[in-house]
Design a protein around this ligand. Sequence first.
Ligand SMILES: C[S@@+](CC[C@H](N)C(=O)[O-])C[C@H]1O[C@@H](n2cnc3c(N)ncnc32)[C@H](O)[C@@H]1O
Length: 191
Amino acid sequence: MDLSRVLPFAKELLEKVVESGGIAVDATVGNGHDTQFLAERVGENGFVYGFDIQKDAIDATRKRLQEEGLDTRVRLFQESHAHIKEYVDLTHHGTVQAAVFNLGYLPGSDKSVITKPGSTITAIEGLLDILMQGGLIVLVVYYGHVGGQEEKDELMNYLQGMDQSKAHVIQYQFLNQKNNPPFVLAVEKKK
Ligand SMILES: C[S@@+](CC[C@H](N)C(=O)[O-])C[C@H]1O[C@@H](n2cnc3c(N)ncnc32)[C@H](O)[C@@H]1O
C-alpha cells in the first residue's frame, strides 16, 4: 500500500463527513483550494462559509469560485476565524459537517501574516459548539516558519488536554521526513 501524503489524507477525512447538501467551513481560505473542494463536495444544495483576514485571499478565492460557477453556494468573510460562530447562520448551528484549517502563511504572499494560536483555539472552540455530532475539524499544521513552532506547541497542548467525553483527537504525521514536515490533526465531535 501507499500511505496517503498529508494533504490527500486531510481530504480523505473531509470526504468521509462532508456530503451533498451539507454545511462546511474553510477557516483559512487563502487561494481557495479547500473552499473550492468543499463547495464541490456539498453540491448545489449545500453551503460553505470561508474566512480569511487578507483581502487578497478573499478576492482571489471569489474569482476562482465565480470562474467555477460555485460562488452562489459560498459566503466569504474577510474576518478572523475566531468569529466563525458569530457569522454562521443560527439555522446552521448544530449541522456543520466539517471545517478545515491550513495553518501558517499563504505561500507566495506576506510571510508575516500567519495564523496564531489564540485565534486558532478560539475558532476550534466555536466550531465545536456548531458542528453536528460526529462532525470533524481537520487542521493541516505547517510549523517551519517563524512563529510556527509556538502555534504548534500551544495547539498540541490544548488538544491533548481536550475532554475525551467531548471529542476524539488524532494526529497523522510522517516521523522520518526532514525539515518540519506538515502534519494533520483531526477533532471529531463525539456523538
Ligand atoms: C496556509 S494559508 C491557507 C491556504 C489555503 N487553504 C489555500 O487553499 O490556498 C493560511 C491562511 O490563513 C489566513 N489567516 C491567518 N490568520 C487568520 C485568521 N485569524 N482568520 C482567518 N484566516 C487567517 C492567512 O491570511 C492565509 O491566507
